[in-house]
Each structure stands twice: as C-alpha cells, then as structure tokens.
Design a protein around this ligand. Structure first.
Ligand code: COA
Length: 310
C-alpha cells in the first residue's frame, strides 16, 4: 500500500500585526470582548504588495528547503484558497511560475475554511493511486481583503497567512484517512456577497461547527479503530477557541493536546491548519511518528477531518 506522508512544512505570516486594541480604535469593540468570545488577540494583515500568491510562494519555499527538494521535484501543486486575486489563472499556476517549477500539474481547491482538508484528500488519493510521488499542498488566504472593517461581528475574526506541506509517497502511514462533508442548504450563513465581502450569522455557524466537527472527528477515530487516547495532537482549523475546546471536549481529548494559534493568527481560513502544523513541528511539540487529527469547518457549509501519522 502506498501512503501520502508529510515530508516537510513551511509557513508565512505578513509582517503587519493588528491587535484587538487597534481595532477598538475604529469600531465599537474591546480587547476583552474579543478575547472572551473568540480567544483571538491579534492577526497578521497583508501589505499592499502581497497577495495569496506571494504568501503561498514564501510558505512553499520554506517547505521545499526543509525537505531539501527543488521545485523541479514536484509532480503537482494544489492551492486551497477562497481569496484568490484572480479566478483564473489558478493561484497554483502563478505559484508554479514564481517557484520555477516545471512539468507539474497545478490547480486550486475552493472549500472555504475546509479547503486544506479537501486538498489533502485529493493529494492523498493521487499519491495512493500511484500516479504522483510528490505533491505541494498550500493553504493561502488574504481574508483582510474580503472583510467589511466596520462590521464588528465579522472583521475581528480573520487574519492573513499561508501554510504549505509537501506530501511524498511512502510505504508507511501517512495520511490514514480523510472524511469530507458539505451541506449547501446552509450556504447563506457564511458567504462572500456580490461585493466580495464576508457575511456571516455567527451564532448559527458556531452551533453547526461544534456539532459537525465532533461528528466528523469521531468518524476519523472509528475508521482507524483508534481511541481518543491514541491522538497525540489535534491540529484544528483555528476559528474560535470556544469551538476548538467544545469539539475536543465532546471527543474526550484534553485541551493540552491541541495546537492553538488562533490567539496569534485569528482565522486564516484554508491556511490555518498548515500554519498551526508548521508552528507545532518547528517548536518541537509535534514529532515524527505521532498521530495527528485535523478537523475543519467553513463556508459552503463544508467540513472534514483527516487522521495523519507524521
Ligand atoms: N465587540 C463587541 N460586541 C460585539 C462584537 C464585537 N466585536 N460583535 C458582536 N457584538 C455584540 C452583538 O452586537 C450582540 O449585542 P446585542 O446583544 O446587544 O445584540 C452581542 O455582542 C452578542 O452577539 P452574539 O453574536 O450573540 O455573540 P456570540 O457570543 O455568538 O459571539 C461570534 C459572536 C461571532 C464571536 C461567535 O458567534 C462566533 O465565533 N461564531 C463562529 C464564527 C466563525 O467561526 N466563523 C468562521 C467559521 S470558518
């Protein structure tokens, strides 16, 4: 059996940091309210000359360096994003050009905040099927470009950044499972309107997120005949600390087994899991051989989980 194994990770965060106290100067909110309701303290925001392509290239370059690979070694580039600067060419094609990768396939995946898990599922199947050996999967988002900065119920939640993983064919696990789901009848609770601005019913999103994340994470455990105690680290989509904690509580997993970056990054949509993964690996908490549970939820509505042995 061929598995897709995470060989390396990389990430990029824009230099500019906006703290809650900065937001409280322009809208009717407070650091205390935001921290209490979301766990978010600050977020990174792109500069004028940055976009999803430049961030993706920066994250990918670090992953390639960590893997001691060159762009020519890649068979495929997948970018998960819902904030592409252009509908086409795909962000992945622009990334391919800037990296100088040749002779590889390149396309985008759009499943909002669940995009990384959807992309992981696609990449895993290309590798398990034997067609490709090395796939670069990136989540890159410039959420700050699609926010109404006067809407205090949504603009406080999001941030910008990119995370990348390189998946390589291996004969040991690997990505052990992915479970994907969607329910388009809830498309109106979280969406980009005609002016490309985020609209959200926060309360409805919150409740559905906790319910469906718990379900899809349990599916991952059952599918792999694993107990909550078998999980070394949960690397969740970073939307809200209360969603993260409620989900792991319902699974019977302790909060100290969760990689949390929502305080520093806010919700970076499809970039949040690979960003958190890179943080956990580079600071030494996540180690080779450990079992990781990824789970994400986003507009669509979409959600999914992945069980990964590093
Ligand atoms: N600062 C201060 N007050 C705020 C505020 C802010 N930034 N945003 C909203 N409020 C106010 C509301 O106007 C409301 O006031 P009212 O009672 O006078 O009408 C009050 O706070 C409570 O609002 P509510 O929406 O019920 O708060 P909440 O506890 O549900 O928290 C969210 C709001 C957005 C933080 C929360 O619903 C959430 O995180 N939802 C999930 C969103 C998400 O993760 N989306 C992305 C998914 S990928």
């Amino acid at each position: 059996m061929i598995y897709a194994k995470i060989k390396a990770t990389g990430s990029y965060l824009p230099e500019k940091v906006v703290a809650n106290t900065d937001l409280a100067r322009t809208i009717d909110t407070s650091d205390e309210w935001i921290v209490q309701r979301t766990g978010i303290q600050r977020r990174h925001v792109v500069a004028e000359n940055e976009n999803v392509v430049t961030m993706a290239v920066a994250a990918a370059s670090k992953a390639l360096e960590q893997a001691s690979l060159t762009p020519h070694d890649l068979d495929m580039i997948i970018v998960a994003t819902c904030t592409a600067s252009q509908v086409f060419p795909a962000t992945a094609c622009s990334v391919q050009a800037q990296l100088g990768a040749q002779n590889c396939a390149a396309f985008d995946v759009q499943a909002a905040c669940s995009g990384f898990i959807y992309g992981l599922s696609i990449a895993q199947q290309f590798i398990a099927g034997g067609q490709y050996k090395r796939i670069l999967l990136i989540g890159s988002e410039a959420m700050s470009r699609v926010l109404d900065w006067q809407d205090r119920s949504s603009c406080i939640l999001f941030g910008d950044g990119a995370g990348a993983v390189i998946l390589e064919a291996a004969n040991e696990p690997g990505v052990m499972s992915t479970h994907l789901s969607a329910d388009g009848s809830y498309k109106d609770v979280l969406f980009l309107d005609n002016a490309d601005v985020v609209k959200m019913q926060g309360n409805a999103v919150f409740k559905l997120a906790v319910k469906w994340l718990s379900q899809v994470a349990k599916q991952a455990l059952e599918h792999n005949h694993m107990q909550p105690s078998d999980i070394d680290w949960v690397v969740p989509h970073q939307a809200n600390i209360r969603i993260i904690n409620s989900t792991v509580k319902s699974l019977g997993i302790s909060e100290d087994k969760v990689i949390v970056t929502v305080d520093e990054h806010a919700n970076t949509s499809a970039a949040s899991i690979p960003l958190a993964l890179d943080v956990g690996i580079r600071d030494g908490r996540i180690k080779p051989g450990q079992n990781l549970l990824f789970e994400a939820f986003g507009g669509g509505l979409t959600w999914g989980s992945a069980m990964v042995r590093l």
